[in-house]
Design a protein around this ligand. Structure first.
Ligand code: HEC
Ligand code: HEC
Ligand code: HEC
Ligand code: HEC
Length: 515
């Protein structure tokens, strides 16, 4: 019987009985089963484990599926800003202002919906965020980008030491098998005995920093920490306070957006605020949040109750008459029977449970759009106030410092929910609370910018934001080489035209005059 069931059985009475029946097959209080594979402990190729673990391998191969959607999520890698076109290019639940909010940062070139683990490397080498046009073949991003895509990192870090992280990302193109070494068995297992074992440097660093010993962590927590190697917020260390470009998890003050934001305030240049990029329209220094699933889940209803990521995303299945953990990491809602959920909620119908998830997602998405629009408006207000030539408030500078800080904070709080992949389900209360805070910060930023100009920008910033600053649907590195494209939107006009270069990389292959 699993820990959750033990914990809830005495408390929940009848529900507890159902939990008992439902959870009996989960066996989470036993140890993770061990094997003797005869392999080294850090095998990076998935195919090498195929014959010994046919069930796990077969379900792993289901991650290749990349066409099925649920209401909000699923595995079609549509463009996350495109709510105009239909699948596979766009989707009705895309957020139209993503390119606006990341203007001046590679995320504005391309950002897609996640799909299965078996695509992680392929999608990395094709993404427009890493430069593929540089005439010298450089990606202009650190090798840290490979960290969450392959267990090969262990080998590369052993070879290059701490210098690995700041090496150019494109250096490693062609040095890896995109299909066989993408997030693979060795990502979460010691491949000699299949114990759950971390490969992730930033997670191991965090456990050490917070005084935790992997060997003493419960099996149930390990089943979530395996995912926390990647499904988390992280940043690349600024050279002023550590090993350049090394990934770090910003959790020292806690997992909530307030605490992470505070942490960032002294992890940038000279121990000042950390910044990912300067926004091209407002000039505000912005932090880009990345998929904080673990941080969101940890103090939500399920996380607090000890329900692990694997409970919902890796339910036990009967395969060839034997029980094995599903190794298809995807939306649990794709399964019409909601098998994962009904291990515990066996008294509820799949329809009821789906409806409960949707209720949270509908409400969260509505507020997400509002927070996003308020954030865009705050950038535009600060842009207008930056350029304002009329009579200013006597406290103009002071008010603008406050306004910029609130733009930064408003966008950070919006992004914490936007970049999280469950549209609120992993922690409905925190998602809505975070969005409420985001709205408040962004609206306050706009008010302060108006005040700083003694109301001078009021007319220009009032009204429908879709008309004042329309969403940018199309943008990419190639388009930024074209002055005509930059003329199509008032904010795109603020970007420099990039030098005209041919594409240098097709995935792993160096094109053209390549050496
Ligand atoms: C109580 C069950 C439950 C737990 C526990 C849980 N999730 Fe989820 N997760 C869901 C549901 C439901 C969705 C929304 C799926 C949808 O809308 O189709 C989801 C969505 C996701 C997605 C996006 C899926 C997609 O289709 O793009 C990711 C990634 C994810 N979860 C990772 C995690 C991680 C990592 C953890 C642990 C830190 C975790 N989940 C814990 C139920 C759970
Ligand atoms: C993203 C992390 C992750 C990856 C990648 C992964 N596993 Fe697992 N695996 C787990 C987790 C979590 C469990 C459950 C452990 C537990 O319940 O204690 C598990 C359990 C297992 C088990 C124990 C039996 C079972 O089914 O529960 C085997 C065997 C196994 N995995 C094999 C593999 C093989 C083979 C691969 C590569 C094809 C692989 N795993 C890839 C996370 C992963
Ligand atoms: C090595 C880093 C890494 C680890 C560890 C990892 N993931 Fe992922 N996960 C990713 C990446 C990267 C993607 C997106 C891949 C893509 O779109 O190419 C992803 C995608 C997903 C998706 C979306 C799949 C879909 O169909 O849309 C789910 C769900 C998910 N992961 C759950 C989990 C769970 C649960 C665990 C722990 C058992 C886990 N992941 C461990 C990196 C990781
Ligand atoms: C391992 C057990 C377990 C699994 C698996 C599980 N839950 Fe839960 N769920 C719980 C517990 C425990 C609670 C909290 C009950 C309480 O505190 O009264 C809960 C509460 C809920 C709630 C009410 C609170 C909220 O956050 O809205 C919903 C809805 C819910 N679960 C849906 C799901 C869905 C959907 C899935 C599958 C994707 C799922 N659960 C999987 C154990 C589980």
């Amino acid at each position: 019987m699993n820990n959750i069931c033990k914990k809830f059985m005495p408390v929940l009475g009848l529900m507890g009985m159902l939990l008992f029946v439902g959870c009996d097959s989960v066996e989470s209080d036993l140890k993770t089963p061990l094997y003797k594979t005869g392999l080294a402990d850090n095998v990076t190729q998935t195919s090498k484990l195929k014959d010994q673990f046919p069930r796990q391998y077969d379900s792993y191969r289901k991650n290749d599926e990349s066409t099925i959607m649920t209401e909000y999520k699923g595995s079609v890698p549509f463009r996350k800003n495109d709510n105009v076109n239909g699948l596979p290019k766009g989707y009705r639940y895309a957020q139209p202002y993503l390119k606006n909010l990341w203007l001046g940062y590679p995320f504005s070139y391309e950002y897609n919906e996640a799909r299965g683990h078996t695509y992680a490397l392929e999608d990395l080498v094709h993404i427009d965020r890493i430069n593929r046009y540089d005439p010298n073949g450089l990606g202009n991003l650190p090798s840290t980008c490979w960290n969450c895509k392959t267990p090969k990192i262990e080998e590369w870090v052993a070879e290059h030491g701490d210098a690995f992280w700041k090496m150019d990302a494109n250096h490693f193109r062609g040095k890896i098998d995109l299909k066989d070494e993408s997030i693979s068995c060795g990502t979460c297992h010691n491949t000699s005995d299949m114990a759950i074992e971390l490969y992730s440097v930033p997670l191991k660093d965090w456990l050490e920093r917070s005084g935790q010993n992997w060997a003493k962590i419960s099996r149930n927590e390990q089943r979530s920490l395996a995912c926390a190697q990647c499904h988390v917020e992280y940043y690349f260390t600024h050279p002023d306070n550590g090993v350049a470009a090394k990934p770090v998890f910003p959790w020292d003050k806690g997992f909530d957006p307030e605490q992470i934001y505070e942490y960032y305030n002294n992890h940038g240049p000279k121990n000042g605020p950390f910044t990912d990029f300067v926004h091209a329209a407002s000039g505000v220094k912005i932090i880009k949040v990345q998929h904080p699933e673990y941080e969101t889940w940890i103090n939500g209803t399920h996380g607090a109750a000890g329900v692990s990521c694997a409970d919902c995303h890796m339910p036990y299945e009967k395969m060839d008459g034997k029980k094995a953990s599903s190794h298809q990491w995807t939306s649990p809602l794709k399964d019409p029977k909601l098998t994962a959920c009904r291990q515990c909620h066996s008294d509820k119908s799949p329809e009821y449970l789906k409806e409960r998830v949707l209720d949270t997602q509908n409400k969260t998405f509505k507020q997400l759009l509002k927070a996003q629009e308020a954030s865009v408006r705050s950038h535009e207000a600060v842009r207008l106030a930056n350029n304002y030539i009329g009579e200013k408030n006597a406290d103009y500078e002071k008010l603008m410092v406050q306004a910029r800080e609130l733009v930064r904070k408003g966008q950070f709080f919006w992004d914490y929910v936007s970049a999280e992949n469950s549209i609120g389900f992993h922690n409905p209360t925190k998602a809505l609370n975070t969005l409420m805070n985001s709205l408040e910060y962004s609206n306050d930023a706009t008010s302060l910018a108006i005040l700083a100009t003694n109301g001078g920008i009021l007319n220009d910033i009032s009204g429908d934001i879709n008309e004042i600053v329309p969403p940018i649907l199309e943008h990419s590195r190639a388009l930024q080489q074209d002055p005509n494209h930059l003329d199509t939107h008032p904010w795109l006009k603020l970007l420099p035209v990039l030098p005209k270069n041919e594409i240098q990389w097709d995935g792993e292959k160096r094109l053209g005059a390549a050496k």
